[in-house]
Design a binder for this molecule. Sequence first.
Ligand SMILES: Cc1cc2nc3c(=O)[nH]c(=O)nc-3n(C[C@H](O)[C@H](O)[C@H](O)COP(=O)(O)OP(=O)(O)OC[C@H]3O[C@@H](n4cnc5c(N)ncnc54)[C@H](O)[C@@H]3O)c2cc1C
Length: 318
Amino acid sequence: MDRYSMETYLRNHPWGPALSPGAVEMIKVIWDLEGLSEYSFLGISEILNLFLDPRMHFYEISGGFDQLPKAFLPQLKEEIRFRQQMVKIRQERDRVLIYTRNRETGEISQYEGDRAIITIPFSVLRWVKLDPRDSFSHNKRKAIRELHYVPSVKTGLQFKSRFWEQEGLWGGKAVTDLPIRFTYYPNHGIGSGGPGVVLASYTWEDDAAPWDGLSEEERILRALENMARLHGSRAYREFITGSSFSWTRHPWSAGSVSLYEPLQYTELFPFIPTPEGRVHFAGEHTSSTPGWIEGAIESGIRAAVEVNGERRGKTIEI
Ligand SMILES: Cc1cc2nc3c(=O)[nH]c(=O)nc-3n(C[C@H](O)[C@H](O)[C@H](O)COP(=O)(O)OP(=O)(O)OC[C@H]3O[C@@H](n4cnc5c(N)ncnc54)[C@H](O)[C@@H]3O)c2cc1C
């Protein structure tokens, strides 16, 4: 199945007659696949199946997701170095050296260890110098070059009241073929008075491109115009402010999450999580659940077991 893109699967799937162009268009609009239908059928199915499986439950951390990284803080705070950009990985016979540049002062620092666990996305690992270059295998370097990252833009708008609730929208999302594509209404504080924030636009891949080229101010304006198409001129009267973020323009991720192209599960994935000498890899892109927080956590546990299992002289099967 790895050879199928979502588009080729819908048009030429092996289990029965091909879908008509109209049916394919409907599926792509409703499932927000128009922007990314040329990517891996398996990769996209992994995401869609989670939403289609009625046994699936989604959890949230009450009070905000930043509590997850903050929960690690008491144990790690002595070890964290802020504003250090990794610029070079040097491997020697009995140690690994990580070089960083301080983003404020430009000063270069060097950290030495028996092992290093690298968790940055491959899209930005491309900027990090390898010394020597062949300390990473050919297949790892190929995966770092080729792994695809999804462009994504979100625009949020704040309104004076939660007027959408008067229209029967208590949480949930609207799907449209307007440039905003997906709109998410807050599922917290339903029925409470006062202002509310709507994720007016959430776009991926080709759907994100028209937004990426705009300034933040223009994105907010265009999102508001689109919201007025859904809710009428009241959207303008209720508007307070907005905010927008492009993960493509973000220098520390250069994209949102990894998503395979056809054949990349077979050709790239086997080489992505594997250690290279003294260097181990973690992060959502190295996991069996790419694109999810769960994948990032799973990969962190796997890398910790790799390093600690080995240190104790044991081989641990995972
Ligand atoms: C728009 C969007 C929506 C999402 N929605 C969901 C969702 O609903 N549910 C879900 O489970 N997941 C979701 N995800 C995915 C989830 O956020 C990621 O899978 C997860 O955060 C990845 O964690 P990570 O540790 O692998 O990478 P990151 O969180 O990207 O961490 C990598 C870190 O490396 C740092 N870094 C980069 N380059 C360097 C360098 N040279 N030197 C030093 N540091 C560097 C970065 O600053 C960053 O802090 C979403 C992601 C996006 C972008």
